[in-house]
Write a protein that binds this ligand. Structure first.
Ligand code: TRP
Length: 327
């Protein structure tokens, strides 16, 4: 029998190239090896967007389309929405009883969110308990592993502590300790050289048409010492375009490097050709995405099927948890 894994993403916008080459590529690869549950974490989105939640549904649809375009296969994986499966919230309440407040207060990822979003005095109970809800997501499927990015590892460690506490307190062996599956892809730089992120405004959205990608690419950071085409460039000194080139077309990168250094390749031309490489890589993704999007009911249908599959496991877990806790 295949091991069960669970992962999720908050629906906060269209996915970018960093998601696509990182966590999404890893989801797609894991589909054959594991029994996969992929979840739209819309309740987690509410922890910070409770007062501007109007786009969550639209983002849910866009994100699922991005997943399908990337190659997530609803025949193989259960693709569903967190808030559709009430057992997540139910288990959350029960896990809250065994969670010391000091654990949530010291969680570094939550601290980071509070700092990055400048929330300080505006932290709701939901955000504070973010890791408990995430542990519920994982534990309600008794998942053995969780594909995540490095930033999520403290949350996963938190879930492992809750698993140990639960099993120990109630003398059961109900939950496996979930292991992280880190995608091996190194962080993709954004257009300004910092890590790619929607909130930093330096991202390349994978569902954007080639014209938009080309336009975005023109804003990329290149060697500031190369003002004109014939100036000698220093592509290794942080030029984002050269980094993308190495990633998307490693064979032709050395040649471009020499031409740039010798002043035979200008930044604008280089940007244009790298934009074409990126769009070329995304052709299959966009075709699949467009095909799913053409049927306005496809996403709802897939989420309903995923919900059904998820519910079976989730209900079984909750039954066992109630039994273990004596309620
Ligand atoms: N916190 C995750 C993120 O921001 C999203 C998430 C919610 C998740 N629940 C999860 C990831 C359970 C893995 C497992 O990316």
């Amino acid at each position: 029998m295949k091991k069960r894994i669970l992962s999720g993403m908050r629906p906060t916008g269209k996915l970018h190239l960093g998601h696509y080459l990182g966590v999404l590529a890893s989801y797609v690869k894991l589909q054959d090896e594991y029994d996969c549950y992929f979840m739209v974490a819309d309740m987690h989105a509410l922890t910070t967007k409770w007062n501007e939640s109007g786009s969550i549904r639209e983002y849910r649809r866009e994100m699922v389309l991005d997943w399908l375009g990337a190659g997530l296969d609803p025949q193989k994986s259960a693709i569903f929405c967190q808030s559709d499966v009430p057992e997540h919230a139910y288990l959350f309440t029960l896990l809250a009883m065994i969670t010391p407040v000091s654990w949530v207060e010291r969680n570094p990822t939550v601290k980071e969110m509070i700092r990055d979003m400048d929330l300080k005095d505006n932290v709701n109970l939901g955000l504070l308990s973010y890791p408990v809800l995430m542990a519920s997501d994982i534990m309600v499927y008794r998942a053995e592993a969780v594909p995540v990015g490095k930033d999520q590892v403290p949350h996963l460690e938190f879930a492992r502590e809750l698993v140990r506490t639960f099993n120990h307190t109630y003398h059961v062996d109900l939950f496996p300790e979930p292991q992280p599956i880190l995608n091996e892809f190194q962080r993709l730089p954004g257009l300004d050289g910092r890590r790619m992120s929607k909130s930093l405004g330096n991202d390349i959205v994978v569902s954007d048409p080639p014209e938009v990608t080309a336009k975005r690419m023109m804003t990329a950071y290149t060697d500031p010492l190369k003002a004109r085409k014939d100036d000698p460039g220093h592509p290794e000194a942080g030029c984002v375009i050269y980094q993308y080139h190495k990633l998307f077309q490693p064979d032709t990168a050395p040649e471009a490097r020499i031409q740039c250094e010798q002043g035979c390749l200008g930044c604008v031309a280089h940007k244009r050709s790298v934009a074409a490489m990126v769009s070329e890589r995304l052709v299959g993704f966009q075709e699949r995405r467009t095909a799913f999007a053409a049927d306005p009911r496809s996403v709802d249908r897939i989420l309903a099927e995923g919900h059904e599959r998820a519910s079976v496991v989730a209900a079984e877990t909750v039954r066992m948890v109630r039994e273990a806790m004596g309620i």
